[in-house]
Design a protein. Structure first.
Length: 278
């Protein structure tokens, strides 16, 4: 299976990885601005946008295996010395890419990303930063995500539309952002439902807390202060765990900071690309 990738612009290579249920068109508001400074590689993840869905063998395997398979497909086409930039689920893919191929990925940008989308009671974070429990408090309840999965099977389109309202929650201009997202959601056709379900299972099972401290590349963290999908304290925790990182926390901003503050996002990415290398 080959992924759909569009490359535009000139400059350092910047690989953009979208989140669950979306496609690479999500970067449209910042695409032209970024392309003035970077050679962009806009990837549609499996079953999203113009990329084909997972095959039967991939879906029947473990959910960790599906994430690994996604990472393998992207790693095969990465340009040398690139910046991997992932939003939400795409951020988890970027983390795995950085760990898998540190020689090829020079820097990492994590947008509205968390090492674990759901709360956990184990000690997998190797720290005492998570309040009130030994595990991970800065995630959704697993039961809420499981309910979301059931609703997706019953009425995929309606469930996805509702998900968009969570993405813009807490932003400064929720009405226009929600309209923009709704107009964009199905512009490349309906996402593959089997791949959507597989992606939700990745969100339920993926736990990257122990891996974060092993990222050696410089990392830029972009996060909205009012994000209700990936808690802002998850970004603060990652900033403390990472070897070399910078956190940009945006006020009056939800889950889509590059849509809420496109100018600040572009400026932050350009500045990040010009900082010292490893």
């Amino acid at each position: 299976m080959s992924l759909h990738i569009e490359s535009v612009g000139a400059g350092p290579d910047l690989v953009l990885l979208h989140g669950w249920a979306m496609h690479s068109g999500i970067w449209r508001e910042v695409r032209s601005g970024l392309a003035q400074h970077f050679r962009l590689h806009l990837v549609d993840l499996p079953g999203h946008g113009f990329s084909p869905g997972f095959n039967t063998a991939d879906i029947s395997g473990s959910h960790a295996g599906m994430l690994e398979r996604t990472v393998e497909m992207i790693a095969d086409i990465l340009p040398a010395n690139c910046i991997a930039c992932g939003w939400s689920l795409g951020g988890q893919v970027a983390i795995e890419l950085a760990l898998r191929d540190a020689a090829r990925i020079a820097k990492v940008a994590l947008i509205s990303t968390t090492p674990s989308f759901v709360k956990r009671k184990d000690g997998g974070n190797d720290s005492h930063d998570s309040p009130g429990q030994a595990g991970w408090a800065w995630g959704m309840d697993a039961t809420a995500l499981q309910l979301f999965t059931r609703n997706l099977r019953r009425d995929c389109r309606t469930t996805l539309q509702r998900f968009l309202t969570l993405q813009v929650s807490g932003g400064s201009d929720t009405a226009s952002e929600l309209t923009w997202l709704r107009d964009s959601l199905f512009e490349r056709g309906d996402p593959d439902e089997a791949s959507l379900a597989a992606g939700l299972q990745i969100l339920l099972s993926a736990d990257l807390r122990k891996k974060i401290k092993n990222i050696s590349q410089p990392v830029l963290l972009f996060h909205g202060e009012n994000d209700v999908i990936t808690h802002p304290d998850a970004a603060r925790w990652m900033n403390r765990q990472l070897q070399n990182s910078k956190l940009i926390m945006l006020r009056n901003c939800g889950h889509v900071p590059f849509l809420s503050y496109p100018g600040q996002f572009i400026d932050g990415m350009v500045r990040f690309s010009r900082t010292g290398t490893r």
